[in-house]
Design a protein around this ligand. Structure first.
Ligand code: ATP
Ligand code: MG
Length: 466
């Protein structure tokens, strides 16, 4: 470094991790114990015990993987945790069980027909486990010898000695393998596997016999036994993909890149037929297994009669997933008809469903949910403020109260406090209207708005006395 140059004091700032907090990010499962009984507060879930218990039974059914084509309806008033319970189910499923979530309104897109959108959603929710046998070499590295050409140019050659508890073999190495070994930092005493087809090298850990070589071990070193038996082994690997993925990959017009853009368009029925035949063959040969997953359709009253009839039929297919639907509608019009029906769902479909109902929360439960949301949003709330917020949730809605948490947090930070006090909650309550007060104002001043038609709306709209 040239004399006189000053070394700048580089400030190292902590980069705050930016995590998006979604409406259901506090839900980590259904919060059930081993006997499927719902714990009062667990995994971010509060109350609603009957519904959670029922969801637990459904979850068990799905996990068994044997039952397909069942339909479950979560029905209840707005803000009673229907979507939250579906998210809880999704979190409790293993990564090998597909879970697809969609809103009823998603099917109305210009790009594809309604039934195609539903078919894709259904096929996204069916997993297929494909078994593949590969040959690998697995052993403990005894020695790696690399000879570099004296001139520095030309191919590198070398030898790799691997052993198991029973045998030891020397393999010739070419440049590619030497590079791969160097890249993986393989040294003697490591237990490695080499995939024979691809040449991929993976380090499994260090052999126990080398546990005393302190130099070569870091804190994260994993110790493993020296493998037994033959060096060459057959290994079974299982990949889980959804049938939709297979569809897209085999659809000539799109190709697998469409999987990343999501721009898959319509898939021809012939392609699907071919794939279904292929999957049936794989199943017969024992190469593949079907694992029916879950399709969650939120706001299901947005579907119309054609979709319902399509679903009715699709549920009967042998490869159908479990379909969970949610709605907050009472007896209402079935979209696309002049008939009304409970939840806006045709009776023949309702008849095939099992219905889980959710009910309004008690004050203590609302308090607990709000408390969990405060923790989730890293917002300290004084006890009094929480009491006021709970009252707001009782009088208006849980959703409105949850929204106020973030806002009150911002207001308290403005006055350089780490804790949200009653005053902050009161302030945001007066700044931001809930549905009831907004309706009240609209009906008072409606003549000042455009296109007014005297609404016939409910809601007391009286502001609360906080
Ligand atoms: N039992 C619960 N435990 C924890 N959080 C809950 C519970 N019930 C609801 N919530 C939370 O309250 C908010 C509203 O609930 P949710 O969105 O699940 O209602 P919903 O029944 O789906 O309502 P809508 O019919 O309007 O769709 C969400 O942020 C949700 O995570
Ligand atoms: Mg919902």
């Amino acid at each position: 470094m040239a004399a006189g140059t000053q070394v700048k004091n580089v400030e190292v700032r902590d980069i705050a991790r930016i995590e998006r907090i979604g409406a259901h990010s506090h839900i980590r499962g259904l919060g059930l114990d081993d006997s499927l009984e719902a714990r009062a507060v667990s995994q971010g879930m509060v109350g609603q015990q009957m519904a959670r218990r029922a969801a637990g039974v459904v979850l068990g059914m799905i996990k068994e993987g044997k039952i397909a084509g069942r339909a479950v309806l979560l029905a209840g008033p707005p803000g009673t945790g229907k979507t939250a319970i579906a998210m809880g189910i999704s979190k409790s499923l293993g990564k090998d069980t597909p879970f697809t979530a969609m809103a009823g309104s998603e099917i109305y897109s210009l790009e594809m027909s309604k039934t195609e959108a539903l078919t894709q959603a259904i096929r996204k929710s069916i997993g297929i486990r494909i078994k593949e046998e590969t040959e690998i070499i697995e052993g403990e590295v005894v020695e790696i010898q690399v000879e570099r050409p004296a001139t520095g140019v030309g191919a590198k050659v070398g030898k790799l000695t691997l052993k198991t508890t029973e045998m030891e073999t020397v393999y010739d190495l070419g440049t590619k393998m030497i590079d791969a070994l160097t890249k993986e930092k393989v040294q003697s005493g490591d237990v490695i596997t080499i995939d024979k087809a691809t040449g991929k090298i993976s380090r499994i850990g260090r052999s126990f016999t080398r546990a005393r070589d302190y130099d070569a071990t870091g804190p994260q070193t994993r110790f493993v036994q020296c493998p037994e038996g033959e060096l060459q082994k057959r290994k079974e690997v299982v990949h889980t993909v959804s049938i939709h993925e297979i569809d897209v990959i085999n659809s000539r017009t799109h190709g697998f890149l469409a999987l990343f853009s999501g721009d898959t368009g319509e898939i021809k029925p012939e392609v699907r037929e071919q794939i279904n035949t292929k999957i049936a063959e794989w199943r017969e040969e024992g190469k593949a297994e079907i694992s029916p997953g879950v399709l969650f359709i939120d706001e299901v009253h947005m579907l119309d009669i054609e979709c319902f009839s399509f679903l009715n039929r699709a549920l009967e297919d042998e490869m159908a997933p479990v379909v969970i639907m949610a709605t907050n509608r009472g007896i209402t019009n079935i979209r696309g008809t002049n008939y009304t029906s409970p939840h806006g769902i045709p009776i023949d479909l309702l008849d095939r469903m099992i219905i889980i109902s959710t009910s309004q929360y008690r004050e203590s439960e609302l308090r607990e949910i709000l408390k969990i949301r405060c923790e989730e949003e890293d917002c300290e709330l004084s006890d009094d403020a929480l009491t006021v917020l709970t009252r707001i949730a009782m009088e208006t809605s849980l959703r409105y109260a949850i929204q106020l948490i973030t806002l009150a947090g911002l207001v308290s930070r403005r006055r350089k406090s780490n804790e949200v006090e009653i005053e902050d909650v009161k302030k945001v309550y007066s700044l931001f209207l809930d549905e009831g007060r907004s309706t009240q104002i609209l009906s008072e001043y409606q003549d000042q708005y455009l296109y007014d038609q005297k609404p016939d709306v409910g809601g007391s709209g009286e502001p609360m006395d906080l």
